[in-house]
Write a protein that binds this ligand. Structure first.
Ligand code: ADP
Ligand code: MG
Ligand code: MG
Ligand code: MG
Ligand code: MG
Length: 443
């Protein structure tokens, strides 16, 4: 819903809001916020609220640090949880430079830019339904996270196995108060692991929702003495956390992926989008799996994809076509993890798909057999490549693809690649417990 300035002014009064939390997202996907008292409301609505962007990850140099926060009034929301100092509302903002232009280093601005490209290509929305997974760990008496999981539950377990149930229910209730339509919430396969699915939305709103969701999960978990993490693979030997993205494009006529006369009832647009996704999958991996740790999840044996392939029936490949048709016709990409910056991840898959549509890229045939039992030769025969196996190789693949550079735009692309190279360089110098366990006594 969009609000006028006057509606926001009266909502501040009628909801007794004392503080406005102005939010945006940095390069790495962290939510940043500036809190201002409601006395600053007029200044904010006049687009005159400035902040210093020089210390924000991936933003700007000192000499051009003054930036404006331009509120997106459609993101108005009052936090349901109480505050002793009065109620707090949030507005998600677009970052503008001192000379009044959208700042190209703002991941949200970049997604807005790509939505413009999508409209030029003839579509009205890019629908995204995320399935974020997370772990709940116990906290110690100082409120620091431990590595003790809060339960021994497994897929779809009920209490008392699932001690996280009350916490998860509270998260769902808070989300509903905030206007989310929660479709399902359940215990995941690993102990202490949960999934909450909410209804798909157009790309920008979906990315905003993912950011808000993470904030709610972390806030409510704390109230239960639990620590929630979206780290992709916090513990070895059990599943990691993914964030499958369900995707479809709409036109004024409806779901552009559905064609009752097409093969598998999928439209040509769906096949071309799929072709683009698969052909850029290796190069956008760094964006959708951005951490050194992300690659500890993308290994065989833990339900995460490893190979570039698609299927209409099998649940294990990189891209799956869920059974639903009609308005629910969609593609599901399963590599994405919840550490990804959602604005960048959605921009990357959108640009990959649009590239497939522009260049009429036809995907390889679907692979409906279990890829994990094929040997390398069989995979080669079937044109199945591997996803990059670490952040270093993923960053190199990203650098080799001009389409992904266009998806991020120069500023974000340069800062992202630079940050990932530094991250890898730092990781390379670390000596891990695994190495000491293996080598210390043997050599
Ligand atoms: P899975 O079967 O993989 O566990 P879920 O049922 O958990 O899938 O999640 C399905 C997601 O797909 C939900 O977020 C839902 O809103 C979303 N979805 C449904 N229809 C569409 C569509 N046409 N485009 C994009 N997402 C959709
Ligand atoms: Mg699911
Ligand atoms: Mg499901
Ligand atoms: Mg799941
Ligand atoms: Mg799924």
């Amino acid at each position: 819903k969009t609000y006028t300035q006057d509606e926001i002014r009266s909502l501040v009064k009628s909801e007794h809001v004392e503080f406005l939390r102005l939010m945006f997202t940095d390069l790495m996907g962290s939510i940043k916020n500036v809190e201002v008292p409601t006395s600053q409301l007029d200044k904010l609505l006049d687009n005159k609220l400035m902040f210093d962007g020089s210390s924000i990850d991936g933003f700007v140099r000192i000499e051009e640090s003054d930036m404006y926060l331009i509120p997106d009034l459609s993101t108005w929301m009052v936090f349901p949880w109480g505050s002793e100092h009065g109620r707090v509302a949030r507005l998600i903002c677009e970052v503008y430079t001192a000379d009044g232009k959208p700042f190209t280093g703002d991941p949200r601005n970049n997604l807005i830019r790509l939505m413009g490209e999508m409209k030029e290509a003839g579509f009205t929305s890019f629908n995204i339904g995320p399935e974020p997974e997370f772990f709940l760990f116990k906290m110690d008496e100082n409120g620091d996270p431990t590595l003790k999981l809060n339960d021994k539950g497994s897929y779809f377990d009920l209490a008392p196995m699932d001690l996280g149930e009350n916490c998860r229910r509270d998260i769902v209730l808070e989300m509903e108060k905030m206007g989310f339509e929660v479709e399902a919430a359940h215990h995941e396969v690993a102990p202490g692991q949960h999934e909450i699915d909410f209804k798909y939305a157009d790309a920008l709103e979906a990315a905003d929702n993912i950011q808000t969701f993470k904030l709610v999960v972390k806030t409510i978990a704390r109230q239960y003495g639990l620590f929630a993490t979206f780290m992709p693979k916090p513990l070895e030997g059990i599943n990691g956390s993914g964030m499958h993205l369900n995707m479809s494009l709409s036109t004024a006529e409806g779901n552009a992926f559905y064609d009752p006369k097409g093969e598998l009832e999928l439209s040509e647009t769906a096949y071309h989008f799929l072709g683009g996704l698969l052909s850029h999958a290796r190069s956008f991996t760094a964006i959708v799996n951005p951490l050194v740790n992300s690659y500890k999840r993308l290994v065989p044996g833990f339900e995460a994809p490893v190979y570039v392939a698609w299927s209409g029936s099998n649940r294990s490949p990189l891209v799956r076509v869920p059974n639903a048709r009609g308005n629910s016709t969609r593609l599901e990409i399963r590599s994405v993890d919840p550490a990804a910056n959602p604005y960048l991840a959605i921009a990357a898959v959108l640009e990959a798909g649009l590239d497939g549509i522009r260049n009429k890229i036809t995907p390889e045939d679907s692979v409906d057999r279990n890829i994990y039992v094929m040997d390398e030769g069989e995979r080669e025969e079937n044109h199945i490549s591997n996803l990059p196996d670490n952040l270093h190789n993923a960053t190199k693949a990203l650098q080799a693809d001009p389409v992904m550079k266009a998806a991020l735009g120069d500023h974000l692309y340069q800062s992202f690649v630079e940050a990932k190279r530094l991250e890898w360089a730092s990781y390379r110098q670390s000596v891990t417990k695994w190495e000491r366990d293996q080598y210390l006594e043997q050599y």
